[in-house]
Design a protein around this ligand. Structure first.
Ligand code: C2G
Length: 130
């Protein structure tokens, strides 16, 4: 069984996220999705996330694409998860090209094309126009 893992914040889950998850799932037989904890988003400079961790997890769960949902809480966790869950493929959108090449030591790394024209930032500013 081929196990795939991907990570994200998934704030106001949109079709760009869903397309990413669909293609991630299609890379293997079992998809693990890591949703970033609020504290971890702060650490990595993402300070404008609107939805709670519970709401963001619920969004991912509702897609029906994740076989397992975990929470990403600290820098370096990806390596721990890949080893612990015996992951074959790590995948993420092409906005991250090159950034996760260091994981090639532990599994295959695949960058999937990002969906143009949609982002959580755009949705956030549409909801809060000022
Ligand atoms: N994505 C996409 N197309 C978009 C928007 C996002 O394909 N229009 C992808 C991103 O490339 C990522 C996933 O959807 O693979 C989740 O995106 P975000 O919620 O923005 O999460 P991100 O900040 O990219 O976190 O450890 C966290 C990960 O490194 C990715």
């Amino acid at each position: 069984m081929k196990k795939v893992i991907t990570y994200g914040t998934y704030d106001f889950l949109h079709h760009g996220h869903v397309r990413l998850l669909e293609r991630a799932k299609a890379l293997g037989d079992y998809l693990v999705v890591g949703v970033t904890a609020d504290g971890f988003d702060h650490v990595r400079g993402k300070i404008n996330v609107c939805q709670s961790l519970t709401e963001r997890i619920e969004g991912v769960r509702a897609t029906g694409l994740a076989d397992n949902i975990i929470v990403e809480e600290y820098e370096g966790q990806k390596i721990d998860d890949i080893k612990r869950l015996e992951i074959d493929i790590f995948t993420v959108g092409s906005d991250w090209i090159g950034k996760f090449d260091y994981l090639k030591e532990y599994c295959e790394v695949v960058y999937l094309d990002r969906t143009e024209g949609i982002s959580s930032s755009e949705i956030r500013s549409a909801k809060n126009p000022l």
